[in-house]
Design a protein around this ligand. Structure first.
Ligand code: PEP
Ligand code: MG
Length: 500
């Protein structure tokens, strides 16, 4: 479509007003905000489908908040709409994980950028606002998983907002209002098979729909989505939540404590999904995230931690730590949790995969009985996928947050270049398509666990490419499943038409 047409206004004012009226009628009729599909043919509007919105939680409501006229609050700030929902509450500015006591339930956490050690405070917060960060930053990822409204990358929230101010955060629009502003009643959380009392039957899709989990205490909410498994379980959140670096446990002779904590956290999720697969990712925390923790004093100061000593490259130099992770996996398998698979992050050369496998074998892991795969997060891994296939990977999963960052040279945490961060950039799509093709021919499973897997447009394209599964955030599973079902049907219809 030429740019001129893409930008052209397609609805008349009359149609917009009429659509808004239908929106109100439907919302009133069903008693909940609606996700409405409509079409216009020769000037006539047709409503094709209406159902309660299942992709937003409606946000947590701050205790004691009172509603005033809709939109009456002055706009104080704007940023990236990182996690949907609206919440009003009292501003608490936090500059490090040590100040979390300030956050009482329902307060609005305002910080330069969240760090994993701030997660306990994030869980209490009614909403989160940051100065820095893009859609794939820590604040955005964790807020979405917690169902906590968030606006990131405002550049100046910690300057503009003051402790004690009352504000309203609209995480769906990326706007912060002064005072308490009325918002739609929270949509009831979608029950597995019904939404708002209306029967919702889960479409069956050939492409598996999985879910991402970072916090074990979200395992039940994740399982309630009826996902076909966990496409990414991040363990660094568990580790950072323990407050001490892995090296601290090694140095203090407390490795058993460390392994047990890992086993407990992973087990919670693996139990909730058994026998559906749970791909657990080995540690991937940049050095700056470890520095704030006990035992992190000696962490190197890296010029660019995102390009630094993280993921598999750290685990292959600090092999003592990697061995502890492997022992945890071994224990889980011995407990019968054979649905646990291992996923290696930040791989860029097949030798890293080979070394990791050798260490796993040394620790007594039977690699014939456990799925081991890699994340595709570097163009290096994408362009040499044949080498990994030859070496026996069981699956790959696209980490599009990093793959986009490294393909486009756009720091995912830098709000100044957030506008350039696009997983739909042709270069990123080309890399994805190439990998899917190679893996499909070789019978290797393909998946995505980056944020882009939660975007319907990306899901549609991945189905067209023939991806095996898509792993989305908890709040996006339903919409991704619907999109995939429709895309698959369109593919079948097109194939039938071409046959005729
Ligand atoms: C990714 O890079 O897309 C990914 C899922 O990993 P993380 O966001 O934890 O870096
Ligand atoms: Mg990544």
């Amino acid at each position: 479509v030429p740019a001129k047409k893409k930008e052209a206004v397609v609805l008349t004012d009359k149609e917009i007003i009429e659509l808004a009226r239908y929106g109100e009628i439907l919302e009133e009729h069903y008693g909940l905000p609606q996700d409405i599909e409509w079409g216009v043919e020769r000037g006539k509007i047709y409503i094709l489908q209406s159902r309660p919105i299942t992709t937003i939680s409606g946000g947590k409501k701050a205790a004691g908040s009172k509603a005033v006229g809709a939109g009456s609050g002055k706009v104080l700030l704007s940023g990236l709409a990182a996690a949907p929902g609206v919440a009003s509450g009292i501003v608490k500015i936090v500059s490090s994980g040590r100040e979390l006591d300030k956050i009482k339930p329902g307060d609005i956490m305002v910080t330069k950028m969240t760090m994993p050690d701030m997660v306990p405070g994030m869980k209490r917060a009614g909403a989160i606002v940051t100065d820095e960060g893009g859609m794939a930053s820590h604040a955005a990822i964790v807020s979405r998983e917690l169902g906590c409204p968030a606006v990131v990358g405002t550049k100046k929230a910690t300057f503009t907002l003051k402790d004690g101010m009352e504000i309203t955060v609209d995480g769906g629009k990326g706007i912060i209002y002064e005072g308490v502003v009325a918002h739609a009643a929270p949509a009831k959380a979608a029950a597995p098979a019904t939404a708002g009392g209306i029967f919702y039957s889960k479409p069956v899709t050939a492409t598996e729909i999985k879910v991402n989990v970072s916090e074990p205490d979200r395992a039940e909410a994740a399982a309630a989505t009826q996902a076909d498994g966990v496409g990414l379980l991040r363990i660094e959140h568990m580790i950072i939540g323990m407050g001490k670096t892995p090296n601290w446990y090694i140095k203090n002779g407390k490795t058993e404590e460390y392994i047990s904590a890992l086993v407990d956290g992973i087990k919670t999720v693996a139990d909730a999904f058994y026998p559906r697969p749970v791909w657990v990712r080995t540690l991937d925390a940049p050095t700056d995230e470890f520095r704030a923790m006990e035992g992190g004093e000696g962490e190197p100061h890296e010029h660019n931690p995102m390009l630094g000593w993280r993921g598999i490259r750290r685990d292959m130099t600090e092999t003592d730590h990697f061995r502890l992770e492997v022992r945890a996996f071994k224990r889980l398998h011995e407990m019968g949790l054979t649905n646990v698979g291992i996923m290696l992050p930040m791989v860029q050369h097949v030798s890293e995969f080979q070394k990791a496998k050798a260490l796993m074998r040394e620790e007594g892991l039977d690699l014939d009985k456990i799925d081991v795969g890699i994340m595709i997060e570097t163009p290096g891994a994408a362009l040499t996928i044949e080498d990994f296939i030859e070496d026996g990977i069981d699956f790959i999963s696209f980490g599009t947050n990093d793959l986009t960052q490294y393909t486009l040279a756009v720091d995912r945490n830098n709000e100044n270049v957030a506008g350039l961060f696009s997983e739909l950039h042709p270069a990123v799509l080309k890399l994805i398509e190439y990998v899917v093709e190679q893996c499909r021919e070789a019978g290797v499973k393909t998946s995505i666990c980056g944020q882009a897997g939660s975007y319907p447009e990306m899901a549609k394209r991945l189905v067209e490419m023939g991806i095996t599964s898509i792993s989305a955030n908890i709040d996006a599973v339903a919409i991704v499943r619907d999109t995939v079902a429709r895309s698959e049907k369109i593919l079948i219809m097109n194939a039938l038409r071409n046959k005729d």
